[in-house]
Ligand binder design. Sequence first.
Ligand code: ADP
Ligand code: MG
Length: 269
Amino acid sequence: MLELDQVAVSYGKAPVLADLSVRFAPGRLTALVGPNGSGKSTLLKAVMGFLPVQSGTITLDGRPIRTLARRALARRVAYLPQENRCPDYMTLGELVELAGYARYSLMGGPSDRDRALFRDALETVGLADMAHRPVNALSGGQKQRAWIAMVLAQDAEIVLMDEPVNHLDVKYQYAVMDLVRSLTRDHGRTVIAVLHDMNLTSAYADDVVMLRGGRVVAAGPVAQTVDADSVSRTFDLEADIFVRDGRLVCLPRLAGTGTRLPEVRARTA
Ligand code: ADP
Ligand code: MG
């Protein structure tokens, strides 16, 4: 169980996370949502120990993460940053191998088990026949799947993903979210993913943590947490939330009817 207890983080003087307490349930997919600048990336970076925590504690199974060595943390928590870059010469196979480095013994390099894991990871994301291709020559959707393969190959129990579906077309957003969800359903991982779309959140996440100004506005299972009130308090946005085909749909209200096409109105009349 990953838990933040009254955590405060600031860049210089400006507080970015203030008195933030939240727990992430094992084996579940939690969507971390909130407006730009609400502290989503900061929260993930604080968990990874990339930023100093001013007060409060972050614990993994009750143990403060600052007492874990970096390698030990990397074995247990995988992190996919918001913007990923890799050098032009790097192939997909090399990228995935890199993932296992926290586990390698000093001289040994990847074991047979590691190699099996790499193959599985590439197969899971549907890129098994592309290991020799340079990562930067892959399409946007393939690239995103490549990074997910790297996270899978890391074989960590907790996976943090900062905007995993950014820059993807709608179809690939769903394909990648299917994969992300399978990390929890089929691989037993705990996943925390920063998402911008409340509809993707409702379709895929088990739990949601809604942030605003570095504070938790609402947190809990999606079905009990996402409603017009929490969306309004988080995003300052009036929206209708309704159930369609067994999932929640979030439809922001338009300010005036003038922006609606009469032809479309006639269709629903
Ligand atoms: P989000 O990921 O929710 O968009 P961030 O966690 O990136 O938000 O940022 C939260 C706040 O911290 C923002 O106000 C942002 O301007 C500020 N911030 C982020 N990174 C830095 C930095 N390196 N130095 C100073 N301020 C930063
Ligand atoms: Mg961010």
